[in-house]
Write a protein of this length. Structure first.
Length: 353
């Protein structure tokens, strides 16, 4: 492998948890820049990882011909702009999920990727998860028979992140629980089901428990503390039904609900067998044979999906081969999410075909 020079744009949690350590595991990768609008975060990365240069303006990266590729780990509002600028400057791009705030922005990113021919992968990291890929193979091999319905649940009791900040400001994030958590669940479903073409979408998004910010009761808050002078105009609960050329898909998701139970799972229902995937964990296969009900929870070794995502990105830079996280595939999830929001706003079903 030839040496690949990387810049990391956005030095927050996901960059430090996943992108940066995974790049540093490669002896042929050099991180030249850590970029963040908060200079102290970029400087902290330089100190922590003992490499690179701290900068605050990503355009310095765009203008540097030595940079081969970038990881975009910024808030959603800047994904499209930074990705497009980097692609047009000849850089390969790995952009964290969601691809963009809206389907329209994601389409523009895809258009520029096609124009430039550079890699544009999206951080739908579950496509590199061992459980998810085993389920995909079982469905493809016919072990579930006809996959006729999939149900996804991503619900928490009181888990609104950074109340009043970027996560709860639609102009920055593009939405709430659906675009933040739902993007992962919808993407897993579409990936495992073979990316069936969506036909119609009916959905409703609610902004209820977080609107009265000062009276929102919680035990802990990731991306906090709350900013009571900030904005809360995103969904904290969503429900939807998606009809596809394959299975129907239904979902319920909540950052916050007045039910003190957390549910993070996906049920794949086939006429020969079914699977419950515990998000981020193992799965159980249910079937019947010779008059006996069978329940199996496979045990296997799982690799680090974030490392595999970075490895895949670097590999396709070298080979030009598309990864499962390429914008051409992932954009389907953006289309469905947009249709759910549109259905909620209009109070009607959205036809996609």
């Amino acid at each position: 492998m030839n040496k690949i020079t990387i810049a990391v744009i956005g030095c927050g949690t996901i960059a430090n948890h996943a992108h940066i350590p995974s790049y540093l595991n490669h002896k042929h990768v050099e991180i030249k820049y850590f970029c963040d609008i908060l200079k102290e975060r970029a400087e902290a990365a330089v100190t922590k990882y003992e490499c690179g240069q701290a900068i605050t303006d990503y355009r310095q990266i765009v203008e540097d011909p030595e940079v081969d590729a970038v990881s975009i780990c910024t808030p959603n509002a800047s994904h499209a702009t930074i990705a497009i600028d980097c692609l047009r400057a000849g850089k390969h791009v790995l952009c964290e999920k969601p691809a963009a705030r809206t389907y329209e922005e994601a389409l523009e990113m895809q258009k520029v990727q096609h124009e430039t021919g550079k890699v544009l992968n999206i951080g739908v990291v579950n496509r590199y998860n061992e459980s998810v890929n085993r389920i995909k193979n079982m469905i493809q091999n016919g072990e579930l028979g006809e996959l006729y319905h999939v149900y996804a649940s991503f619900r928490a009791h009181r888990s609104i992140p950074g109340l009043g900040g970027a996560f709860t400001t639609k102009a920055i994030a593009g939405g709430g629980a659906l675009i933040d958590w739902g993007v992962h669940f919808i993407d897993i479903v579409m990936y495992c089901a073979g990316d069936p073409k969506p036909r119609t979408v009916t959905g409703q998004a609610y902004s209820k428990l977080g609107k009265d910010m000062e009276n929102y009761t919680y035990l802990k808050m990731w991306a906090g503390p709350p900013d009571y002078h900030g904005t809360y105009d995103v969904d904290d609960f969503v429900t939807a039904l998606i009809r596809t050329e394959g299975p129907t898909i239904s979902l319920n998701g909540a950052w916050a609900q007045n039910i003190g139970v957390e549910e993070m799972f996906i049920d794949f229902l086939g006429d020969k067998g079914g699977i419950r995937l515990n998000y981020g964990g193992d799965f159980t296969f249910y079937t019947a044979k010779d008059g006996v009900l069978i329940e199996t929870t496979p045990k296997f070794t799982s690799g680090n999906m974030y490392q595999q995502e970075i490895d895949g990105f670097l590999e396709c830079i070298q080979t030009g081969e598309k990864q499962p996280s390429h914008i051409d595939t992932v954009i389907l999830s953006s289309r469905i999410i947009q249709a759910i929001y549109d259905s909620s706003d209009k109070g009607e079903e959205i036809a996609l075909s």
